[in-house]
Design a protein around this ligand. Structure first.
Ligand code: ZN
Length: 268
């Protein structure tokens, strides 16, 4: 507990320093400023994950969880940021969505897993989220948009109610989960390359985006969270297609449709 409190105070100092630096300079794109260090981000992610897991239902089928962790671990291992520990978990919800918290805490919804047909597509979802983590989009956004609020909440860090309020704000308003268009394209680009490096067919990313386009016309209600936080899917699929075709594993990487079909049977 002492260690944790000390770490949290460090984050507060960093965020306050960022806010002060912002006041003292001009003409800087604040969206790119990130004064939260990697280890501070991990400590913050741990707190957020504990809170998120009280608000969402984690679908705790041990075999399914181990499977998702193994696929996610493969893409995280070949990523630009493989010196932190990644955590992958499944959330029980009919929506088609996935998200990453600071520090490598990544969640995929059962509704999205049901819509996929092979492991290359699952790897693509997880790799896109790993891309947000490696590019550190969340702490860039936190530094830029919630700096003062985070500082206040973390100063009261021994009060879990403050974390609850902060998380509720982050998830209900624009900002944290709604990364910029540039962030989304960057996560697509990084994620697509990670799938190929991990030995998966990178076409899985375009197939994944195709699933979202299908669902947009068939059951848009399952995409409310996704559509409110991502740029139009058609804009993304073209870019991903061109990139995937240029990667070494295009058309020859693992797809593992049979294994995925077996795992899908475990979904609620
Ligand atoms: Zn994203």
């Amino acid at each position: 507990m002492m260690m944790k409190a000390a770490k949290i105070r460090w984050i507060v100092i960093a965020v306050l320093a960022a806010a002060m630096a912002g006041c003292a300079t001009s003409g800087i794109n604040k969206g790119d400023i990130n004064l939260i260090t990697s280890s501070e981000e991990v400590a913050m992610g741990q707190e957020f994950a504990a809170e998120i897991e009280t608000q969402f239902e984690v679908y705790d089928d041990p075999q399914l969880t181990v499977y998702v962790q193994s696929v996610g671990g493969r893409v995280a291992e070949v990523s630009h940021r493989n010196d932190i520990e990644y955590h992958f978990a499944v959330i029980r919800s009919d929506e088609m969505n996935a998200f990453a918290l600071p520090g490598g805490y990544i969640y995929i919804y059962t509704g999205l897993m049901k819509a996929l047909d092979n492991e290359a597509q699952l790897a693509a979802v997880l790799a896109h989220e790993v891309g947000h983590v490696t590019a550190r989009h969340s702490t860039e956004r936190l530094t830029a948009m919630y700096g003062a609020q985070i500082a206040v909440s973390l100063l009261l860090g021994d009060n879990p109610a403050e974390y609850k309020v902060l998380i509720a704000n982050i998830f209900s308003t624009t900002g944290f989960l709604a990364y910029s268009r540039a962030n989304e394209f960057e996560a697509d680009r990084l994620g697509t390359s990670y799938t190929s490096l991990a030995g998966y067919d990178p076409e899985g990313m375009a197939e994944l985006l195709g699933k979202f386009i299908d669902m947009e016309s068939r059951e848009p209600s399952k995409l409310e969270e996704w559509l409110s936080t991502h740029p139009p899917t058609r804009d993304r699929i073209g870019k991903v297609d061109v990139l995937a075709a240029s990667l070494p594993m295009a058309g020859v990487g693992e797809r593992n449709a049979a294994r995925y079909a077996e795992m899908k049977k475990r979904l609620p």
